[in-house]
Design a protein around this ligand. Structure first.
Ligand code: DGI
Ligand code: FE
Ligand code: FE
Ligand code: FE
Length: 187
């Protein structure tokens, strides 16, 4: 499957608004890869596929989570977290994507994880700051992203955790681990 076919297949999974977000993440991830010395082909591919199953019906994702070798604890956490792991599984199955670094960047783009790779960070941050995103604090993240990937991503996780606490929601443990790990490794 060539690039054009993969783009079309991805576009077919989601409504137009989500597709515009994905295009924004692709452009932003490639920019960040150039800025911070990442691999732009991997950044392009992971960004294109990061929300592959985001618009799928919940029960379709749930069936894959239950039936395939995926982390079962996700079933007890916010459904918003599901598309990352399910998406990585589906793009391997449907499109033969076998670059484990790309698959990890898809898998962890929502929650983050400890010891995030450069590619993980690029995709996760691009997801926060792509041009069509608007949430309180996004401009500060965009400003930080011009010079410091880790500072920007830490500010992103801090904002997400703050918002989850404000809404009285459970915080997925990996998000806490990702945030603490960034805080401890920032020079
Ligand atoms: O898929 P996107 O909307 O582009 O963005 P995403 O994959 O980063 O999903 C973010 C959503 O997930 C956001 O609405 C908050 C929600 N969420 C729920 N629980 C958690 C969580 N996000 C993180 N990082 N950690 C959680 O524990
Ligand atoms: Fe997502
Ligand atoms: Fe995100
Ligand atoms: Fe996204």
């Amino acid at each position: 499957m060539n690039r054009e076919e993969l783009i079309e297949a991805t576009r077919r999974q989601m409504p137009e608004k989500r597709w515009r977000h994905v295009q924004g993440v692709v452009d932003t991830a490639v920019e960040l890869a150039d800025r911070f010395g990442g691999n732009r082909d991997q950044a392009w591919l992971a960004a294109l596929l990061h929300d592959y199953t985001k618009a799928w019906a919940t029960d379709r994702m749930e069936r894959i989570l239950r039936e395939e070798e995926l982390p079962k604890e996700l079933l007890e956490h916010d459904k918003e977290l599901w598309h990352a792991h399910v998406g990585a599984w589906v793009v391997r199955r449907e499109h033969g994507i076998d670059d484990e670094e790309v698959l990890d960047a898809i898998r962890y783009h929502t929650s983050g994880r400890e010891r995030m790779t450069l590619l993980d960070k690029i995709v996760c941050l691009a997801d926060y700051i792509e041009p069509s995103r608007s949430f309180p604090g996004v401009d500060r993240l965009r400003e930080l992203a011009k010079t410091n990937l880790d500072d920007a991503l830490l500010a992103g996780f801090d904002g997400t955790i703050r918002a989850l606490v404000e809404q009285g929601k459970v915080i997925f443990p990996l998000t806490v681990l990702a945030r603490n790990d960034l805080l401890l490794t920032i020079r």
